[in-house]
Write a protein that binds this ligand. Sequence first.
Ligand SMILES: [Zn+2]
Length: 262
Amino acid sequence: MTINPFKWLKRLLIRSTLIQHPIPRGIWHSLMHQARIFKGLNSVEKAHLRELSVLFLQNKNFIGAQQLQVTEEMKVAVAAQACLPILKLGLDYYDGWHDIILYPATFKVKRRVTDAIGLVSEQEQLLGGEAWSTGPVIVSWEQVKANLVEPKRGHNVVIHEFAHKLDMLNGVANGLPPLHSGMIRKEWTEAFNSAFSHLQFQTEHGLRPDIDPYAATSAAEFFAVCSEYFFRAPNQLFKKFPEVYQALSLFYRQNPLRRLTE
Ligand SMILES: [Zn+2]
């Protein structure tokens, strides 16, 4: 048997990082106990999530905006939720950028908006999170905290922003992340296009939307919001958009619906 020295060295580095920078037991257990999003993970999955979170924390740089003091608990809460979507994909999916900026609460951004007749204006928007291509992920700690304990049905700002990051792995965010070999692009686009059109029809005609109507604003937002539901309310996503659920299950290589029924 030949040993690849690079792989061997990488494994050695990972092992030493895991040993040297463990997540304190109390912080991890309190998060697992408190946050509903992790309920249903079995002990093997939780152990793997913890290891991924350690590596994530060593790879990423946390910055507190507006004098926010970023504590170990905050970092672990963000890391563990960010690592849930890549539990079966690997940390390489978050390569190419480093910073995570935490704001104490929602934050204002200025956006150039073009209206229907082509007039460009600058508008101020209040955001709970934002993800830049090859740049930082920005989230409001107030929202992260609220999502952990009392989530609005299906809502999770960390999953949302990190889903945008995955979407942007192959260019601009457009609701089509890089699919794995064996996944059929036509099946993905048909599932997403049909569900997206259905939701747009509901919002345009004042009908009760099947999921958060924010998903109807663009294909990229639809993918990010559906990813939130996939992990936080898989039963609702499966009931409303079963083909989208199946496509996400193939992409994330997870089946959170089964976790609810086990
Ligand atoms: Zn978004």
